[in-house]
Ligand binder design. Sequence first.
Ligand code: SF4
Length: 64
Amino acid sequence: MECKRERNETMCTCSFSCTRKGLCCECVKHHREKGQLPGCYFSEEMEKTGDRSIEAFFRDWQAR
Ligand code: SF4
């Protein structure tokens, strides 16, 4: 299976500079191991805070 990194980068909503950008499989693994969610799960405003915790996700979701 071919890597879709280039295509993924055009859709990535993460505002942080990171070696995993566009490598969604590595991004998910990295944040899952830390008990977090990837940046694309968050609103634009919450994503910019860099808080990837599940608690932040719930707060963000409830504010929608
Ligand atoms: S969410 Fe985290 S791992 Fe994914 S691109 Fe952004 S900083 Fe990198």
